[in-house]
Design a binder for this molecule. Structure first.
Ligand code: PDD
Length: 286
């Protein structure tokens, strides 16, 4: 089946979709994105992603291409026509193009570019990594300073993933001033005793939608949560570690820089949070 994608108001087969070579997303990374997962053909936490998108656009003085209701309708239509049961919807907004290259933003009436497409991922819920856990390495965080804005400037995270791959690991946790910021495309956590520890929100990390949900569920399940910085040495001495993101849900981390975390096997806190997260997300999906 040919995938149907959405480009600036039109649904079309993916091979017909085109964007200007002058688009600022292409020339300057001048764009933002969201990834919303799909379970049972429904959108997980659409509201959270829509609100974060609005915030990213506002922080960059970028025009909002469509209303939130229209955005929901586009997501749902793509899920329907592409018959996505389990997978995700990728959305990107760029500042568009006024037909040339210039560092200065184009005039305010320049139309933003809006692109959405789906990815079918049947194995998302039963991913092998949920059972085996993943291995991470630590790398210096060399990204820009506004990581709270979900921009498409993903070259350093892509380099981080390649560094991990070269080291025989699955992902990289980035470190700045001695403390872990986050994973290349996920938020990072450790568990010590009964306490879940994760970095507090600031411009240093992306404000994960999965993070917000998981911390809420953890509190509801009477688990202790501490939002503070932690070091790689603390990860090595932790009982458990895990990551969260829209596509990995809650996934255990069993090794960092070649050292086993806890027993070296996925821990019970991550497993419990993953189950709760998937159950609750299924119930609330729209
Ligand atoms: N990445 N931190 C970073 C740097 C991320 O890129 C992501 C998400 C997260 C987790 O955010 P959320 O829970 O809202 O997915 C944290 C997406 C999944 C991606 O780039 O594909």
């Amino acid at each position: 089946m040919t995938r149907t994608v959405y480009v600036n108001g039109t649904y079309m087969p993916e091979h017909e979709a085109t964007i200007s070579i002058f688009d600022r997303g292409f020339l300057m990374g001048d764009g933002v994105y969201e990834v919303t997962s799909v379970l049972d053909g429904k959108l997980v936490d659409f509201e959270g992603h829509a609100v974060r998108l609005e915030r990213s656009l506002n922080e960059l003085d970028m025009a909002h291409p469509v209303t939130k209701d229209d955005l929901l309708a586009i997501h749902r239509e793509l899920v329907r026509v592409n018959e996505i049961e389990t997978g995700l919807v990728y959305l990107q907004v760029t500042r568009g193009s006024d037909g040339d290259r210039d560092f200065v933003y184009p005039s305010a009436d320049t139309k933003p570019t809006l692109v959405l497409f789906t990815q079918s991922k049947p194995g998302l819920v039963d991913a092998p990594s949920a059972k085996t856990g993943i291995k991470v390495i630590s790398v210096a965080d060399e990204r820009w300073g506004r990581r709270d804005i979900k921009t498409v400037q993903l070259l350093y995270p892509a380099m981080g993933k390649m560094m991990a791959k070269a080291a025989g690991a699955d992902d990289a946790w980035m470190v700045e001033d001695g403390y872990v910021t986050e994973g290349t495309s996920n938020n990072a956590y450790i568990v010590k005793g009964n306490t879940i520890i994760t970095r507090a929100l600031s411009n240093d990390i992306l404000h994960g939608i999965t993070r917000a949900a998981v911390l809420r569920f953890a509190a509801e399940a009477q688990m202790q949560v501490e939002e503070r910085n932690f070091t790689v040495d603390e990860v090595k001495a932790a009982d458990e570690a895990f990551i969260t993101s829209a596509t990995m849900f809650v996934t255990p981390v069993v090794e960092i820089d070649g050292t086993a975390v806890g027993t070296g096997a996925p821990g019970s806190v991550a497993a419990r949070l993953r189950d709760i997260y998937i159950d609750e997300s299924r119930k609330a999906a729209i």
